[in-house]
Design a protein around this ligand. Structure first.
Ligand code: ADP
Ligand code: MG
Length: 705
């Protein structure tokens, strides 16, 4: 937590009353485009565009005293300006102050730079140069310092110089100017008083006012605590982060209230269809499945859309839970849609769901992007017409599919879908109930801050009779032994996956590796049937290969990560992952989840290439020690931070620019309480609207995903 609070600077009420200036929208088009790239469209956005770091131009150093490795400002006389051609073309400026000499060296320079520096010398003026002093061939030198000419005795800056995040073509000085102007002309109102925000819970240290905090952060005084600013623990930063989190919480709450006012069909049939499905299953539900089914049933019976996330480790049995939910929608006379992120997975679901439901008289349709046009049209017609359950990939949410009566949308492996796709689904067919499923559990702070609008159910129990998967770490040099082991497994009737190394940089290389691996293994395992499945295969080929593997006609399936999610072949009991060190933890866990699905002893061999990096070693060790997806997710969060969990592809991450979900957990809780308190009174709601307008403005759409 922050060091003892420095006193906030006194209010400088000046800007608040000033007439509002036009802001970025009135800037010249080129500048406007660059500002827009940074997300800066309004004055309010500029005010909230806070520095990455600062440079200290409030004091001068003597050349001889400059500490090494730190940027300093010196004030020097220009002695000599010359352009050298050997050993390379460069502009050399010899300067000095009372303590010694300093060379300024420019490798990239404009012709007029030399003449303007000569003018400084000839006019008897001085230079203030800002940069790091190093000791080079010529002696003390600064390379490419920032500099400006001053007259003797000219005053120093009174505050630290902000360095802002910027983009190509937008220089700091221009950005500083436009931000300073926005700061002076934008009303920096307080959302509400601290009392209103913190009635019962109070932060461990009093938060600064918003206005004081932004003014301070854009222009901290020379004595500001550099460390607290850098680590963003300074009370001014705490205020900004709190406000940002408050905006997020308010926005999520508002979305959730709006959702409740929309209205969805209450799905409360007698439950005969679900009962029939349960009766036909070869297994009873686990306790966890029964509990979650009840939670979902209660949601579905309500007259507003369910929005529930079902999280459960790989193999915990999410599909049947979803099928039971679909039964309620169907029995009540509505359609259900079931969407999966890959063709393979969608097809598996289709086979499984139609196997369960068609015998009960349910009309199940299949829709994927790879269907031939005519078949697709026919399926689309079914979706629009009499299909009761439509299973498919994201083709389901693409143009042309209009559901007649969509009552429930199920999204499997929801973290694999992007924001846009989720928005799209929401726009489809009114406001259906939504069930999202994920095997990647979301840590608590993430859940709180990204899914305040979601209810969460958890399957925390695996179906009985599973043998835990043993995970072995084996150096790549022992690959031969692993191949032998594979032969033994197949000899005793089992099947195996062989996962090719991940080559993120190049899809082509990835494909080639898969083909090479397949060729090599076919040779090494002569006599066995070795299959191959990868992302570039035609959907029909892929499906045929998977079907052959499921039917036991293929012994060893060489695969790229296309098998990462959801594939279910219980007889496969061995998985080898090559170059396991290249995979992320949750990816490895997902992959490993493809084995251990039947009653057979199962193993996962992680082949790795030495030397291993620190984090790769930690990841592999975690895989070896740990079979529990929730624990793995927790360690993953530790190893790489939350960013990748909810990359911008996956959610509205860009909305949190300052707050950090791990270190600011306390602020998240405070923001959540404050949001609830604000929304409880009309005055608070008005304040919340103002706050959201400031923080979210045009980005609000993103947050709804
Ligand atoms: P996931 O949660 O990873 O999507 P699945 O729904 O694919 O898991 O279920 C994994 C396997 O477990 C499937 O073969 C499924 O039929 C089976 N299964 C699900 N629930 C049970 C249960 N209660 N008892 C036994 N097997 C079950
Ligand atoms: Mg699944």
């Amino acid at each position: 937590m922050p060091s003892p609070a420095a006193k906030p600077p006194p209010h400088q009420g000046s800007g608040d009353a000033a007439a509002r200036q036009p802001g970025p929208r009135a800037a010249p088009p080129a500048l406007r485009t660059r500002l827009a790239k940074l997300g800066l469209q309004r004055n309010e956005d500029l005010v909230l565009h806070l520095p990455l770091r600062y440079e200290d131009e409030t004091r001068l150093s003597m050349i001889a005293d400059a500490p090494p490795g730190e940027s300093v400002q010196v004030e020097v006389e220009v002695a000599d300006v010359s352009v050298q051609l050997q050993p390379r073309r460069q502009l050399l400026v010899r300067t000095r102050d009372a303590s010694g000499e300093l060379w300024l060296r420019f490798i990239n320079f404009y012709g007029n730079q030399a003449s303007s520096l000569e003018a400084v010398r000839d006019g008897g003026r001085r230079l203030r140069a800002f940069g790091e002093i190093r000791h080079g061939f010529l002696g003390a030198e600064m390379v490419h310092p920032r500099f400006r000419a001053v007259d003797a005795g000219e005053g120093l800056n009174e505050s630290l110089t902000p360095v802002y995040p910027t983009t190509a073509g937008l220089v700091q000085s221009a950005l500083r100017k436009i931000i300073a102007r926005a700061l002076a002309t934008t009303p920096l109102f307080e959302t509400c008083t601290a009392d209103e925000l913190f009635a019962s819970t109070s932060p461990r240290q009093p938060l600064w006012d918003f206005a004081a905090a932004v003014r301070y952060l854009h222009a901290p005084p020379p004595d500001a605590c550099a460390d607290a600013l850098q680590t963003r623990t300074h009370p001014a930063w705490q205020r900004i982060k709190f406000d940002e989190l408050l905006a997020q919480q308010l926005s999520l709450k508002r979305a959730s209230l709006a959702r409740r006012s929309v209205g969805a069909p209450p799905l409360d049939p007698p439950g005969r269809l679900a009962a029939a499905l349960l009766g036909a299953l070869p297994f009873p539900l686990t306790g966890a499945q029964r509990r979650v089914v009840a939670e979902i049933d209660a949601d579905l019976a309500r007259p507003y859309p369910m929005q529930r996330l079902l999280q459960g480790d790989v193999g915990s049995g999410k599909t049947i839970v979803a099928a039971l939910a679909a039964c309620r929608a169907i029995e009540a006379g509505w359609q259900a849609a079931f969407m999966a992120p890959t063709e393979i997975l969608a097809e598996q679901h289709y086979l499984k769901l139609s196997g369960w439901l068609e015998p009960l008289g349910v009309r199940v349709a299949w829709l994927s992007g790879s269907l031939k046009k005519s078949a697709k049209l026919a399926m689309q017609a079914k979706a629009a017409g009499d299909a009761q359950l439509v299973v498919g990939t994201h083709a389901l949410i693409q143009e042309g599919v209009d559901f007649a009566r969509l009552g429930l949308a199920i999204v499997d492996e929801q973290h694999r879908f992007g924001v846009e796709q989720r928005l799209e689904l929401r726009r489809k067919g009114g406001s259906p109930h939504q069930l999202m499923m994920s095997a990647t559990p979301i840590p608590r702070t993430l859940a709180m801050s990204y899914y305040a609008d979601l209810d969460v159910s958890t399957l925390d129990e695996l179906p009985p009779g599973r043998t835990p998967v043993t995970t072995k770490l084996i150096a790549d040099s022992r690959r031969g032994e692993v191949v032998q082991r594979l032969r033994v497994a197949v000899g005793s009737g089992r099947q195996a996956y062989w996962v090719c190394p991940l080559i993120e940089e190049s899809e082509k290389l990835q494909l080639q590796t898969a083909i090479d691996t397949h060729a090599a293994l076919s040779e090494e395992l002569a006599g066995l049937v070795v299959g191959l499945v990868h992302g570039r295969m035609k959907a029909a080929e892929k499906a045929a290969t998977m079907a052959a593997f499921a039917a036991g006609e293929i012994d060893v399936l060489v695969a790229t990560t296309v098998i990462e999610v959801g594939v279910d072949v219980p007889n496969a009991s061995l998985m080898v992952i090559e170059h396991a060190e290249r995979f992320g933890l949750s990816q490895l866990h997902q992959l490993r989840g493809r084995v251990g699905r039947g009653a057979h002893e199962s193993a996962c061999v992680l082949l790795y290439q030495t030397p291993l990096s620190q984090t790769a070693r930690a990841r592999l060790r975690t895989m070896h020690e740990c079979n529990d997806g929730f624990e793995i997710a927790r360690r993953d969060l530790q190893l790489r931070g939350p960013g990748e969990f909810v990359g911008s592809r996956q959610s509205g991450t860009p909305l949190l620019r300052y707050a950090d979900l791990e270190t600011d957990a306390e602020l998240i809780e405070l923001a959540r309480d404050a949001a609830n308190r604000l929304l409880a009174t009309p005055a608070g709601i008005a304040a919340a609207e103002r706050h959201l307008a400031r923080w979210v403005g045009w980005r609000e759409e993103l947050l709804k995903a």
